[in-house]
Design a protein around this ligand. Structure first.
Ligand SMILES: NC(=O)C1=CN([C@@H]2O[C@H](COP(=O)(O)OP(=O)(O)OC[C@H]3O[C@@H](n4cnc5c(N)ncnc54)[C@H](O)[C@@H]3O)[C@@H](O)[C@H]2O)C=CC1
Ligand SMILES: CC(=O)C(C)=O
Length: 261
């Protein structure tokens, strides 16, 4: 039977590449984003290409919205197998500038959004019949190389991405006995709107241009180049596939050799 995956933050960047890759691998995909118009465009391109895709609104910071999107995905494709908790925000936050409002916003999206996703997916997975020790569901969370080693200027963001790795390990331990794997992927410096935005802000503070900002982040990459979103999507496709059935609680670092753990 065709497998079903929901990808959050799939209107652009890494999420969009994941939706495209999983659709190419034969999944029916729900392209979920708070930017519904852009999500519709991604889904439209996939369906025009003969793939199974639907677009839907989601705000991952809102628990009800996450449950609704997961249920909608099940209703659309009559199944639910993989959740990719990809949506995230990445503000630069010099320590003295952080406000309670900004803390709430970033933690609600990057951390609470992952927890609501795990809860909502679990509700669907538990409806499935499990034979022997078969894997019946997979949850894949977006962390970052900045969630492996603290990055300058990214106090709030790095903190949330460390939290995602912790949540991934705990959920993996708690849910293994039910046949659910929970893993994370940790991209490096990927050419997406988020990364260009961060590079712009870093460059601006230093009186330099966006390209200088990107290269500043890129200088510690062993493979000496920035990442394409498709390279991250390839790792997520592995974590979503049967080939990774015996892997849980892990963070797959896809950063061209920035952090070695
Ligand atoms: N671009 C990079 O270099 C890296 C990105 N990452 C992580 O990968 C994930 C994807 O990042 P990018 O594609 O670069 O970001 P992006 O900013 O280009 O795209 C993020 C998408 O998430 C959506 N989104 C944001 N908040 C949302 C919410 N509350 N509910 C639903 N959708 C929401 C946005 O509308 C957007 O479509 C993020 O979790 C990010 O932290 C991790 C390491 C590096
Ligand atoms: C945005 C991000 O995750 C970085 C710089 O690693």
């Amino acid at each position: 039977m065709t497998k079903v995956a929901l990808i959050t933050g799939a209107a652009q960047g890494i999420g969009r590449a994941i939706a495209q890759r999983l659709a190419n691998d034969g999944f029916s995909v729900a392209v979920a984003d708070r930017n519904l118009e852009a999500a519709k465009q991604t889904a439209f391109e996939l369906t025009t290409d003969g793939k199974h895709a639907v677009a839907m609104y989601i705000d991952v910071a809102d628990r009800d919205s996450v449950y609704e999107a997961v249920q909608k995905t099940y209703n659309a494709f009559d199944g639910f197998d993989v959740l990719v908790n990809n949506a995230g925000v990445g503000p630069t936050t010099p320590i003295e500038t952080i406000t309670p409002e900004q803390f709430d916003q970033v933690y609600h999206i990057n951390v609470a959004g992952v927890i609501w996703g795990i809860q909502a997916a679990l509700e669907q997975f538990r409806k499935k019949k499990r034979i022997n020790k078969q894997i019946i569901g997979k949850i894949i969370n977006a962390t970052s190389q900045a969630g492996v080693v603290g990055n300058p200027n990214l106090l709030l963001y790095s903190g949330t991405k460390f939290a995602v790795r912790g949540i991934t390990q705990v959920a993996a331990r708690d849910l293994a006995k039910e046949g659910i794997t929970v893993n994370a992927f940790a991209p490096g410096i990927v050419k997406t709107p988020m990364m260009y935005d961060i590079a712009h802000r870093v460059g601006e503070n230093a009186g330099k241009d966006d390209e200088w900002g990107m290269q500043t982040f890129a200088k510690d990459i062993a493979l000496e180049r920035l990442s394409e979103p498709e390279e991250v999507a390839a790792a997520v496709a592995f974590l979503a596939s049967k080939d990774s059935d015996y892997i849980t609680g892990q963070t797959l670092i896809v950063d061209g050799g920035m952090q070695f753990h």
